[in-house]
Design a protein around this ligand. Structure first.
Ligand SMILES: *Cc1c(COP(=O)(O)O)cnc(C)c1O
Length: 297
């Protein structure tokens, strides 16, 4: 179960028969069965910093369903580092699959009330014993090391100049910022937010962008009710998309991304002659919290 960047492929994809615009899918989901595609990229520079500074481990933050927590636990273990996961909210009676996985990769879990969690994510954990022995990784890998790690995603695309648009899912916007920094000036990044939101996210990304970064737009119309909401219409789409393309998607991020790209293609959002690179950022392990039989894959 190691990490295999070399197994990532770029595949042409047809959403529907009359599609006139070329779309390619960057399959980051193939990197690993458990680690979300983009999480590994966002973590790698933090891990390098930890190793360089000879830290004993990492401390990071997330909710009970967080892909980032699982990926951090796994990646830290692979790097020979210990890991502590600060989990938002009281300790649940039944652990989510993400928490079970994180524990199985050796992560120590600490449950924080919402108030303490907020304090801690703002860096107010001075009372934490031997904090200096740990590398802090913000929620979702936010921040410069996460963004520059995410920028290296585009090194996997040998024909990068051929694309006019790069489409990706958006949570914290860390991956989008990295893609914008690594993209070429003629390209535009289209981000699809999985969370209900407004454009304050775009403003929070701006300070991290190089002056020559590509333009980006975040669309907030495809959240299907909000983060981790998965109404029947979304599950139906995931099954239909799998039937047409043989590509599995996750219910939090990439299903909403694919739904949005299909809708935008059908609405002629992209000018004729555009060529799209759609980033499949993984997250498939999150589907295990659905009931058996809901998904056909
Ligand atoms: C975490 C995650 C994202 C969101 O990445 P951000 O950098 O937080 O915007 C997108 N897709 C998948 C599958 C993820 O797990």
């Amino acid at each position: 179960m190691s990490i295999h960047p070399e197994s990532i492929t770029i595949e042409p994809i047809r959403f529907y028969t009359e599609q006139t615009i070329e779309v390619s899918l960057l399959r980051l989901d193939k990197i690993h069965t458990v680690i979300s595609g983009n999480k590994w990229f966002k973590l790698k520079e933090y891990l390098a910093l930890a190793l360089e500074a000879k830290k004993q481990g990492i401390i990071t933050f997330g909710g009970a369903w967080s892909n980032h927590i699982v990926a951090s636990a796994y990646a830290a273990r692979q790097a020979g580092l210990s890991s502590i996961g600060m989990i938002r909210g009281e300790e649940p009676l039944l652990y989510s699959q993400s928490l079970i996985d994180a524990l199985s990769y050796g992560m120590e879990l600490r449950f924080l009330s919402r108030f303490d969690y907020q304090q801690a994510t703002r860096g107010n954990i001075m009372s934490f014993p031997d904090a200096e022995n740990f590398q802090f990784i913000p929620e979702g890998g936010k921040g410069s090391p996460g963004i520059s790690g995410a920028a290296s995603i585009l090194e996997l695309v040998p024909n990068l100049p051929a694309f006019s648009h790069i489409c990706c899912a958006v949570g914290t916007g860390t991956m989008l910022a990295g893609l914008a920094n690594a993209a070429l000036p003629h390209q535009e990044i289209i981000g699809i937010s999985s969370l209900k939101g407004t454009d304050t996210l775009s403003a929070s990304i701006m300070p991290f962008l190089h002056p020559e970064a590509a333009r980006f737009t975040i669309l907030f119309d495809y959240h299907f009710g909000g983060y981790a909401k998965h109404p029947p219409a979304l599950i139906d789409f995931m099954n239909r998309f799998f039937r047409t393309t043989q590509v599995p998607t996750d219910m939090v991020y990439t299903s909403k991304l694919m739904f949005a790209v299909e809708s935008l293609l059908k609405a002629a959002y992209f000018p004729e002659g555009s060529s799209l690179l759609v980033v499949h950022s993984g997250g498939l392990q999150g589907n295990r919290s659905l009931s058996a039989g809901e998904l056909i894959f």
